[in-house]
Design a protein around this ligand. Structure first.
Ligand code: 5HY
Length: 254
């Protein structure tokens, strides 16, 4: 089984960390291909960043379809481009927010999301609502840590995240923690040991969900809304994305 784990931002060190976490969660016999687009934002901390991350993400899905990938994880807590990716993919596609929230709802009664910057909290609430998870979401908290600070040794990010998780458990009425950034994936075990509660990292959760879906022989439904996009011209910078097959795009992958 081949699972493509896509970091939609362009920070390679984060992609490598995400890949390691996905590999440690994956079963023997599962190959994890961890990638990030060559174009797009270095980190995703706003709606603008998220919008500009989607074309590169979709390129990775399109090439994955050529490569015979069995399923995909979108490794960014905003789940950018998730439904568009599902339209392009035959196999299953999960975003780490949707994966983590669902898994958290199976091991606790209410979770707190602990994320990076306060300005991204609204998106986490929006996704909880969209996924029918709002009743399980006790609170969304931010550590006011920029995403790329997570990549800097000595930034003190880990300690600040642990403290925010501790406050969440003390104040929110929650019994589990959802890590609100793919860049926190490597901290999951440490935080869980410190706090003694389930801490869910969407990279690991998403990887194992995709494995299960593929083993259940479940791909993305092509009946209706998630069918392949309609062929039409795309112009300007997006001309590579002209469907039915984004040729120039796919030639790049070959
Ligand atoms: C992520 N941004 O998981 C999100 C986290 C966030 O570049 N990777 C990013 O703050 O939304």
């Amino acid at each position: 089984m081949r699972i493509k784990v896509i970091n939609p931002n362009t920070t390679r060190s984060m992609t490598e960390k995400i890949g390691e976490c996905a590999r440690s969660a994956a079963r023997p016999g599962t190959t994890i291909v961890a990638v990030n687009p060559a174009m797009g934002p270095a980190s995703i901390e706003s709606h603008y960043d998220e919008a500009l991350a989607v074309p590169g993400l979709l390129q990775e899905i399109a090439t994955g379809e050529l490569e015979g990938v069995d399923g995909y994880v979108i490794a960014c807590f905003g789940d950018p481009g998730l439904q568009a990716a599902r339209e392009l993919a035959r196999g299953p596609v999960v975003g780490i927010a949707q994966a983590a929230m669902h898994v958290a709802s199976l091991v606790g009664t209410r979770f707190s999301v602990v994320t990076t910057l306060g300005r991204t909290m609204g998106q986490a609430w929006h996704l909880a609502e969209a996924y029918g998870m709002k009743r399980f979401c006790a609170n969304v908290r931010a550590c006011e840590i920029a995403v790329l600070e997570l990549e800097k040794p000595g930034s003190g990010a880990r300690e600040r995240i642990v403290e925010e998780c501790r406050r969440a458990l003390a104040e929110d009425g929650s019994d589990t923690i959802v890590l609100g950034c793919a860049g926190m994936a490597d901290l999951c075990q440490h935080i869980s040991q410190q706090l003694g509660v389930p801490v869910i990292d969407g990279v690991a959760a998403g990887t194992q969900l995709i494995e299960s879906l593929v083993n259940l022989r479940l791909g993305t439904s092509k009946h209706g809304e998630l069918a392949a996009p309609l062929a039409k011209p795309m112009t300007g910078l997006l001309s590579d994305f002209t469907l039915p097959a984004p040729k120039a795009l796919l030639q790049r992958a070959a």
